[in-house]
Design a protein around this ligand. Structure first.
Ligand code: CAA
Length: 257
């Protein structure tokens, strides 16, 4: 891996991936996205890893897709390159994926953060879809995910002006869950990750799938999906352990079985 750094055991049950193209503000070129896809694929299959954190550096989470690599391409070249198929694979990660965002999260950077399950922002975080300023539009889900996250009016404002949104604004509009001082970003995200990692990984995966379904379907189908996943947890030893531990007034010991 050249453009990302992977810490498989950042903390017990928690892996960390850091985007590492600092000179280019972590601009997301195809190589970086392929490395990220491969690392996530691997961590998703590693039993010891229960939660994955994705971060950049203090200056940038990621300043977007790599403009210099795209600038001269024709529509057909873009179509053949099919860069977003890598993004589609990242979307299929089953474990919780938490974005820890400092600095710029713009264009593809904002879209990548929104593909994570939740975003924690430091005070320096700036979110935006500035593609309009360079004569194009979001291409990795920005028009869809930002609209679902912050509502139509705010998404229209951000996408049609290209303006950046502060961390406080992102929290106020529900894009990020909280804003913390820069030095508290990793401790905060790690605390969340550890809390999730302590739960049954089976229940966590089924819950994540069910929440995501709320975005993809209508209520009746979503409720039926949730119910099936709820019943499915009863096939796990973890559900028996969790409920028995509650009854016996002790801490559960979840094995992921
Ligand atoms: N692609 C390629 N290189 C980028 C980049 C990007 N998205 N963003 C920054 N860089 C490079 C700059 O070219 C510069 O490189 P050089 O030193 O070689 O010139 C370096 O990173 C530092 O950037 P700046 O000098 O511009 O830093 P700044 O602090 O003055 O400005 C910024 C920071 C406001 C983020 C500015 O760099 C910027 O506007 N970047 C582009 C943001 C953008 O438009 N993103 C959307 C891209 S398109 C997209 O993402 C499509 C999609 O939906 C997938």
């Amino acid at each position: 891996m050249e453009l990302i750094i992977v810490h498989e055991q950042y903390a017990p049950g928690v892996a960390l991936i850091q985007l590492n193209r600092p000179k280019e503000l972590n601009a997301l070129n195809p190589q970086l996205m392929q490395e990220l896809r491969d690392a996530l694929h691997q961590l998703d299959r590693t039993e010891a890893v229960r939660v994955i954190i994705l971060t950049g550096n203090e200056q940038a989470f990621a300043a977007g897709a790599d403009i210099k690599q795209m600038a001269g391409k024709s529509a057909v070249e873009m179509l053949i390159m099919d860069q977003f198929s890598t993004w589609d694979q990242i979307r299929k990660v089953k474990k919780p994926l938490l974005a820890a965002v400092s600095g710029f999260a713009l264009g593809g950077g904002c879209e990548l953060a929104m593909m994570c399950d939740l975003i924690v922002a430091s005070e320096t975080a700036r979110f935006g879809q500035p593609e309009i300023k360079i004569g194009t539009i979001p291409g990795a889900g920005g028009t869809q995910r930002l609209t679902r996250a912050v509502g139509k009016a705010k998404a229209m404002e951000l996408i049609l002006t290209g303006r950046f949104m502060s961390a406080e604004e992102a929290v106020a509009y529900g894009l990020a869950i909280k804003v913390v001082p820069v030095e508290m970003l990793m401790p905060e995200v790690l605390a969340l990750a550890r809390e999730m990692a302590a739960h049954s990984p089976i229940a966590i995966q089924l819950a994540k799938e069910a929440v995501n379904r709320a975005y993809e379907t209508h209520l009746d189908e979503g409720l039926a999906f949730e119910r099936k996943n709820f019943y499915l947890t009863f096939a796990s030893e973890d559900q028996k352990e969790g409920m028995q531990a509650f009854i016996e007034k002790r801490k559960p010991d979840f094995k992921g079985r």
